[in-house]
Unconditional design. Structure first.
Length: 75
């Protein structure tokens, strides 16, 4: 059995961002469609540098998307 401690987690903050801890990789994903226009698969796009801890915008107002820039606290 693996005794490694899992330290990655995502905390949903009240009226704020997703706070991500544990060097969780982050990449843009796009749904590709088949010839009939139906959803077929996820395609990996741009990747982002991920420090030990980062915050992802959940309000849609950040100017640094996908990351939170604190704008949520001003509305
Ligand atoms: S959650 Fe902070 S700017 Fe969107």
């Amino acid at each position: 059995m693996n005794d490694a401690k899992i330290t990655a987690r995502i905390l949903i903050s009240e009226d704020g961002p997703y706070v991500v801890t544990g060097h969780i990789p982050l990449a843009k994903q796009t749904i590709s469609t088949d010839t009939d226009g139906g959803s077929e698969k996820w395609t990996k796009g741009k990747t982002y540098p991920t420090p030990e801890k980062y915050a992802l915008c959940r309000c849609g107002q950040s100017k640094k998307k996908p990351f939170c820039d604190g704008t949520h606290a001003m509305s």
